[in-house]
Ligand binder design. Structure first.
Ligand SMILES: [Zn+2]
Ligand SMILES: [Zn+2]
Length: 323
């Protein structure tokens, strides 16, 4: 299992009822505002920080609870364990009856059309061996690489789509572990009779480069939809809200730096579209930061995970204070 398996970017906590209640209020405040407000460009800019490379900054004052911006994934994929419970494109929760005899389903004709960018290529081959490899090894990121590869083959994405994102540094062992997945992916497309020139981009180096970026930039998606509906009536909603439906990579959200006491968080309400929300009042020019991990962990646990998982030592104010 990848050492990062448990450490992908973590959804800000919905764990205690108090914070859930606050979330619900924030959601309803947002929807009434949204109805009256004209769309404005997001109040952010990407710039250089003093010590953490690039970061995202507020261009004006942002109020606590405000929606800062939304982001659609560059690529998203359901968890294999939940593949028969969500839309194969947008990861929205579905009813069992939506699946009929099919192994995957879409929530709408719009998603079915949007999915053509990967689905038409993907369905030329039976991916059992590749899926088994991911399932038995507990891997989720190769599924994102496969979907991206299908998008490149269909002409919907560039092979360089993720190059702007920072890569993880990989050990030689990690790279060796990736060879099997690369072999299975490449041979799947060969068996599907995809023309050589269309898969010329799919080299071992490309596969490794994509995984290196996805490892530290993928978000684990946990939908808050159950929470929204039965928050006050059902304790089961808390459990449901904890379940990851899949993983996705975004452009702008990947530029946010980490803080163990963040001023911004990322949430998913009904599908893989990310919403960046202010957790407190933010002044113009202040850097917006999210928490990549479970902020409820103690100082040493956070430092270990950030170093092993993301390759940096956290120097945020909370860490400096020893909390
Ligand atoms: Zn959908
Ligand atoms: Zn910190």
């Amino acid at each position: 299992m990848s050492p990062l398996f448990r450490y992908s970017r973590w959804l800000s906590s919905f764990k205690n009822p108090q914070s859930q209640k606050k979330q619900l209020l924030a959601f309803s405040a947002f929807s009434s505002e949204a109805a009256n407000e004209k769309p404005r460009p997001p109040p952010i800019r990407v710039g250089l920080t003093e010590s953490a490379g690039r970061g995202v900054f507020a261009t004006r004052r942002i109020g606590a609870g405000d929606l800062i911006h939304t982001a659609k994934p560059i690529v998203a994929h359901p968890s294999l364990s939940g593949i028969n419970t969500v839309c194969y494109f947008c990861l929205k929760k579905l009813n069992l009856t939506d699946f009929k005899s099919h192994s995957v389903a879409f929530c709408s004709s719009e998603c079915e059309v949007n999915a053509k960018v990967f689905y038409d290529v993907e369905t030329k081959e039976d991916w059992q061996a590749f899926d088994d490899y991911c399932r038995t090894q507990g891997l989720k990121y190769p599924l994102l690489v496969k979907r991206l590869a299908c998008m490149v083959i269909s002409g919907a994405a560039s092979a360089e789509s993720l190059d702007i994102l920072l890569p993880a540094s990989l050990s030689r062992d990690m790279i060796l572990e990736m060879e099997e997945g690369f072999g299975l992916l490449r041979s799947g497309f060969v068996k599907a009779n995809i023309a050589d020139e269309l898969i010329a981009f799919l080299t071992k180096q490309w596969y490794i480069n994509m995984l290196a970026r996805i490892r530290i930039n993928a978000f684990r998606i946990e939908l808050a939809v159950g929470l929204h509906e039965d928050l006050l009536s059902s304790a089961a909603a808390c459990i449901e809200a904890e379940v990851a439906v899949g993983n996705a990579v975004y452009m702008l959200p990947s530029f946010y730096n980490h803080d163990c006491d963040p001023n911004t968080h990322i949430i998913w309400i009904e599908n893989a579209d990310a919403r960046l929300k202010a957790l407190r009042d933010i002044e113009a020019d202040e850097e917006l930061r999210i928490c990549y991990i479970d902020a409820s962990m103690d100082h040493d646990a956070r430092q270990t995970i950030l170093l092993q998982g993301f390759g940096f030592e956290c120097n945020c104010l909370r860490c400096k204070s020893g909390d």
